[in-house]
Ligand binder design. Structure first.
Ligand SMILES: N[C@@H](CCC(=O)N[C@@H](CS)C(=O)NCC(=O)O)C(=O)O
Length: 354
């Protein structure tokens, strides 16, 4: 009994939802790193408060009462009994504490490109999910019931599930303009999804994962978004029709605990990864740059054009932070790493100040 208690006291706890791409990212990463953890369905405001009796996730939700900012995933760290959120910060902390199966490459150039792809997955490709999932009734009804069903557990009348799902859908739909998922921006968001499918369909022609035969943070970030899109009706159909090669990749990342880590550098960057980096240079970094300029100039809205398609949104402070971090990391690279990166994709304009 005592051993059991001490064993369970040493386990991490991952609070989140199958509806959160960031929670899926961390679940996959923690499995790869062979960390002992419990999956704890939890939400901060995705279900209504007036339910007839406490949902399955009530105890987990209570543990997150004081969490700030109010977002999941959150992780309980057994070493110091702290609970933290922000999936990228958590990934870095876990990687620092458990160095035997690294997800951040030691090679600084590869680490930078892995960060860039993870950031684009987190902050840009989530727009695809918002557009498809919450933009049409079929997708919204399906996903909201699946997600709230996980929180509720069982013993509920169908009307409770429907009410909780409607609460969740309307909350997410109200966020659509904030993340830029509007009809006006749809052409560029969907074109980026087309390019993502085209690039990733061929991933296996050059390597198992984005930078070689073991996964990096970039793979986990992409996995979170693509796995989430693979469980929505419309995006699943697009992936099935135009990106079949993505499914084995996702399957491997669902649980890559049996994959041996390999040293990662930039000697082996295949067409899929180059395609993603080109997307970052064509769309994501210009988006971040134009967002940052609007914030600096105090403009209420910014508009930028990529691939001949225009995109308009109110500036988003968090994305200025993302841009500054990437810019700092890029500027800190030595000349040979920067040269190698620019052979793969030219990023100089994306980080210049004009
Ligand atoms: N940058 C954060 C994003 C987390 C995030 O956006 N979480 C969403 C779920 S996908 C959330 O908690 N939504 C619930 C809420 O806002 O109350 C991370 O990487 O963890």
């Amino acid at each position: 009994m005592k051993n059991e208690i001490s064993r369970s006291a040493m386990r991490y706890r991952l609070f989140g939802s199958i509806g959160s791409p960031y929670a899926l990212k961390l679940r996959s990463l923690m499995r790869y790193k062979r960390l002992p953890f419990d999956w704890m369905p939890a939400t901060l405001d995705w279900i209504p408060e007036n339910l007839p009796h406490p949902p399955l996730c009530a105890a987990s939700n209570a543990l997150l009462r004081d969490l700030s900012p109010k977002v999941v995933p959150a992780v309980y760290f057994p070493e110091d009994a702290s609970v933290r959120n922000e999936s990228t910060t958590i990934a870095y902390l876990l990687d620092y504490e458990h160095k035997d199966r690294p997800v951040v490459p030691l090679d600084l150039g590869a680490a930078f490109l892995s960060d860039l792809i993870e950031d684009m997955a987190d902050e840009w490709f989530v727009k695809v999910a918002f557009l498809y999932r919450w933009g049409t009734q079929e997708n919204a009804t399906f996903k909201s019931r699946v997600v709230t069903g996980e929180f509720l557990g069982g013993n509920y009348h169908q009307s409770v599930l429907q009410e909780a799902a409607a609460h969740f859908s309307s909350r997410q739909q109200s966020r659509m303009p904030l993340v830029g998922a509007t009809p006006r921006n749809a052409p560029l968001i969907l074109e980026s999804f087309n390019r993502l499918l085209k690039a990733m369909d061929g991933i296996s022609s050059s390597s198992t994962f984005l930078f070689g035969n073991s996964p990096t943070l970039a793979d986990f970030g992409l996995y979170g978004q693509l796995q989430s899109l693979a469980t929505d009706p419309t995006s699943w159909k697009a992936m099935r029709d135009r990106g079949l090669g993505i499914f084995p990749y996702l399957q491997l990342l669902e649980d890559s605990s049996g994959i041996d880590p390999e040293q990662i550098d930039l000697s082996n960057v295949g067409a899929a990864t180059t395609g993603l980096l080109q997307l970052a240079a064509d769309i994501y970094l210009p988006y971040l740059k134009s967002n940052q300029q609007a914030l600096e100039e105090g403009r209420p809205e910014f508009c930028f054009e990529a691939l001949g398609l225009s995109y308009t949104q109110a500036p988003f402070k968090y994305h200025a932070k993302c841009y500054c971090l990437l810019q700092e990391k890029y500027n800190a690279l030595n000349a040979s790493a920067r040269l190698r990166i620019n052979e793969i994709v030219d990023l100089n304009d994306c980080f210049s100040s004009n």
